[in-house]
Design a binder for this molecule. Structure first.
Ligand SMILES: [Zn+2]
Ligand SMILES: [Zn+2]
Length: 382
């Protein structure tokens, strides 16, 4: 019998219980209360209400000066579940379709097991964050003083990964998840008669030239070996045949893996808009909104994570980052660490994350728990 065998069955029951009662971002009141209660029962010092519904448990052992953070996310998605499982959502339109129920169970289990038998020296902070799905719960915890109140020299997070087979763990140095941004340019002319072009700036012509010039940015302004996507996805102007409209709008999305590339693209969109203003006598207004930044793993933390992962499962270097994004990026901006993919695939028809048929694979709960424990004992070793 392994040191954690008796924990697994109750944790699977807990995971399914959380699954059946999902809560959306910043509304994880019941989930956070359960987490806090179980951490307290395990003997951790517990802090609630950080960055909204965030919870931090502190476990000290020995007199080592080192500190580590391990993160799990707690929120569900606004999706109608279609699994028909016995533990399916009882909260219609809300669904643990990203496996955060499993993340909570794995980190709680690791905290319980380490509290019982630490075999480390230092301070472990287990971080349960709200609102990963689009609302930036990690950013709110950081803004609420997470790392000032609970110093961490390093921080790790696991995410289950359906495209990776169960029993495999992967990560990589540098970018592992992408940054997403959206832009919208409004070009204002004056509006006027279509038969009198000499009197009226043409916002439609300005918008069509803008679309073409935006499509030169990735090809002409970005290092050929860097990856980036700029797609124009909206263009709107005009409503009849004899009026030059007063306004045209152009919108789209930008995906990057390097903050400098993101900066350069935003700068170039601005420069091109100024050129369009001058050339077509329109007034341009650029609204560039950065969503989550790229998730950038510290190279040493990623190397350590692979070494430690190999002690609990098959570990492999991920060849490419994923284009989806993750708000653990805000924690990695403050503290070196790594984001790690825990394989949970059950063959080729494994539903992807955010699919209404998805369910966290309980077979990998033990692997994730052991990985959290091994990461703690490795970084906080005597
Ligand atoms: Zn998700
Ligand atoms: Zn997720």
């Amino acid at each position: 019998m392994t040191e954690i065998a008796d924990l697994i069955e109750p944790l699977i029951a807990l995971r399914r219980d959380i699954h059946s009662q999902p809560e959306l971002g910043f509304a994880e009141h019941q989930t956070a209360a359960t987490v806090a209660k179980l951490l307290r029962e395990a003997g951790l010092e517990v802090h609630e209400g950080i960055g909204g519904t965030g919870v931090v448990g502190v476990l000290r052992a020995g007199d080592g000066p080192r500190t580590l953070g391990l993160r799990a996310d707690m929120d569900a998605l606004p999706i109608v579940e279609q699994t028909n499982l016995a533990w399916a959502s009882r909260n219609p339109g809300c669904f643990h379709g990203c496996g955060h129920d499993g993340h909570v169970a794995m980190l709680l289990g690791a905290a319980q097991a380490l509290a019982r038998d630490p075999r480390f020296s230092g301070t472990l902070n287990v971080i349960f964050q709200p609102a990963e799905e689009g609302l930036g719960g990690a950013r709110e915890m950081v803004a609420d003083g997470l790392f000032e109140r609970f110093p961490c020299e390093r921080v790790y997070a696991l995410h289950n990964w359906p495209s990776l087979p169960a029993g495999t763990i992967a990560t990589r140095p540098g970018a592992i998840m992408g940054a997403a941004a959206t832009f919208r340019v409004t070009l204002e002319g004056r509006g006027g008669h279509a038969a009198l072009p000499q009197d009226t700036p043409d916002a439609i012509l300005a918008a069509s030239v803008l679309v073409q010039q935006l499509n030169t940015i990735v090809a002409r302004d970005i290092l050929p070996t860097a990856a980036a996507v700029l797609s124009v996805t909206e263009i709107a102007a005009g409503h009849t045949h004899n009026v030059l409209p007063a306004e045209a709008t152009v919108g789209g999305t930008v995906r990057t893996f390097d903050p400098e590339v993101q900066d350069r693209i935003e700068e170039r969109i601005g420069q091109i808009c100024r050129g369009i203003e001058m050339a077509f006598q329109v007034h341009g207004n650029l609204n560039y909104i950065r969503n989550y930044p790229a998730t950038i793993n510290d190279p040493q933390a990623a190397a350590d994570a692979l070494e430690v992962s190999a002690t609990v499962a098959k570990a492999e270097l991920a060849p490419d980052p994923a284009a989806t994004s993750e708000d653990f990026s805000y924690m990695l901006q403050q503290c070196p660490g790594a984001y790690i993919w825990l394989g949970q695939g059950r063959g080729t028809d494994s539903p992807s994350l955010h699919n209404p048929h998805y369910d966290f694979n309980d077979d990998v709960l033990e692997t994730g728990l052991l990985l959290h424990m091994a990461l703690a004992r490795h970084w906080l070793r005597d």
